[in-house]
Design a protein around this ligand. Structure first.
Ligand SMILES: [Zn+2]
Length: 468
């Protein structure tokens, strides 16, 4: 049987500062090696000071994943030498001396299968190595320590996955969950990376290291299963090793044989005292935990009658569910939800567009109200949305500026209809035999009015003109 386990590294991107020093947790905008200080550079004599918010956010993750949580946590030094690690050790956690990491024994349900979480730990991210050209052939490697010391949560699963698809689904669910908790922005480059352990019946465990895209991870796991099966068929031993995903060639390549845990010489980090997490703190965290995606979905369906499919899309996206909550005035919830999922999600499909957007909840509720009361057509509503997103003006102002108001004045419409009927002689003939052609004529009127004609009135007037 195929067994796959994951180790996911997730940055707590919503924090102000790094895990043990005041440098910025958001290192992405800095020039290389400018977001550093003696603590994250491991200068002798400097002392780490634990970021309390990081402990709380990590505990929130543990609770949301149904983990058991400790009464006190401890930190350990994991010793190894690598250029991206300025101190030559990483401050991390290890469940020695009892369960002293952020959480353990949790679970997530994926496609009706329960994936068990073995443990969650809080640790610091190393710096970044930047290679010139292809990693294996590079002549030049640069080191940027801006990331060193950034708060990282490691989530380790049991080897409960059986297919690459389950792995992908799990990562999607986890990423939505982290975003919903407001602890991380998984869409940021490098914010979520994963290692996968893959083994087939009778073979050793192979680890695939550090993949930043879920899509690539799914492909890498798939490739690895196939590679191992092919070795087994040819009676070649599958050795325990670490492999990298080569995105260019779409294969995994051998990197190094894996260190044994003992080689890391873990020992207690004496510079950080044990930290108590008392029941009161846990209760407060639980109390202020954002509503879960599943309960949000259930509420949307049961309270507002939103379809399960729309509720699913809306609840799993933090940005759009917040927009929905702001727009929702309890009267038009269903229409608001539909407008967000059908029109707005398409218009705001990238992080950049969402950041630039001036769209507020009120705009959406107003727009829905305008459509319902026939002040604007759906086609014009789309134009108005485009404009609101750009400039955030009041809806009434935009409708006036762009002249998007409904043409429901009978005299004006009749003139336009006469024009259309004169132009479409053939269609007029056909319409008398085939009622579908009438819709074609409605479309022509819409074209002439730039989508502003009242559709019902247009139809009535057209039929009258055609003697239908
Ligand atoms: Zn620092």
């Amino acid at each position: 049987m195929t067994k796959i386990g994951l180790e996911i590294h997730c940055q707590l991107t919503k924090l102000e500062s790094k895990l043990f020093c005041p440098c910025k947790a958001d290192y992405r905008e800095f020039e290389p090696n400018t977001n550093i200080c003696p603590v994250c550079m491991g200068i002798p004599g400097s002392l780490p000071l634990l970021n309390k918010n990081a402990v709380e956010k990590a505990t929130l993750i543990a609770m949301a994943l149904d983990c058991k949580t400790p009464n006190k946590i401890a930190f350990f030094r994991k010793n190894y030498f690598y250029p991206d690690l300025p101190k030559n050790f990483q401050i991390t956690q290890l469940n020695a001396y009892g369960n002293t990491s952020i959480g353990w024994e949790g679970k997530i349900s994926v496609e009706n299968k329960e994936i068990k979480i073995r443990r969650i730990q809080l640790e610091e991210d190393p710096g970044r190595l930047i290679y010139e050209g292809v990693t294996e052939k590079t002549k030049l490697t640069l080191v940027d320590y801006n990331r060193a010391g950034t708060p990282l949560v490691e989530i380790v699963t049991e080897p409960d996955f059986e297919t690459p698809h389950q792995v992908r689904e799990f990562l999607n669910i986890l990423s939505d969950l982290l975003e919903n908790l407001n602890v991380s922005d998984p869409g940021l480059e490098g914010a979520m990376r994963a290692d996968a352990n893959v083994s087939i019946e009778g073979g050793s465990k192979v680890e695939i290291k550090n993949i930043g895209s879920f899509h690539d991870l799914e492909k890498a796991v798939h490739f690895e299963i196939t590679r191992q099966q092919s070795l087994a068929e040819r009676k070649i031993e599958i050795i325990q090793e670490t492999r990298h995903w080569d995105d260019g060639r779409k294969i995994t390549v051998s990197a190094r044989t894996k260190e044994e845990e003992a080689e890391y010489r873990y020992h207690l980090e004496a510079d950080i005292p044990w930290v108590r997490i008392d029941d009161n703190t846990k209760n407060q965290l639980q109390l202020h935990m954002p509503e879960s995606i599943s309960s949000k979905k259930e509420r949307y369906v049961s309270k507002y009658g939103i379809t399960s499919q729309v509720a699913d899309i809306l609840s799993s996206d933090r940005y759009f569910s917040e927009l929905f909550e702001k727009a929702n005035n309890e009267t038009n919830a269903k229409d608001i939800a539909n407008m967000i999922t059908t029109d707005i999600m398409g218009l705001l499909d990238t992080r950049e567009k969402r950041e630039m957007s001036k769209l507020e909840g009120d705009h959406i509720s107003d727009l829905v109200e305008y459509i319902k009361s026939n002040k604007i057509t759906r086609a014009s509503a789309k134009l108005a949305l485009d404009e609101v997103i750009k400039n955030g003006k009041q809806l009434s102002e935009i409708i006036e500026d762009l002249d998007l108001g409904h043409v429901s004045d009978e005299a004006t419409l009749s003139d336009i209809i006469t024009e259309v009927l004169d132009e479409e002689v053939k269609a007029v003939e056909d319409a008398k035999q085939n009622p579908d052609i009438v819709n074609f004529l409605v479309g022509k009127v819409m074209q002439k009015t730039h989508g502003k004609a009242d559709p019902e009135l247009t139809l009535t007037l057209l039929k009258k003109n055609l003697g239908l």
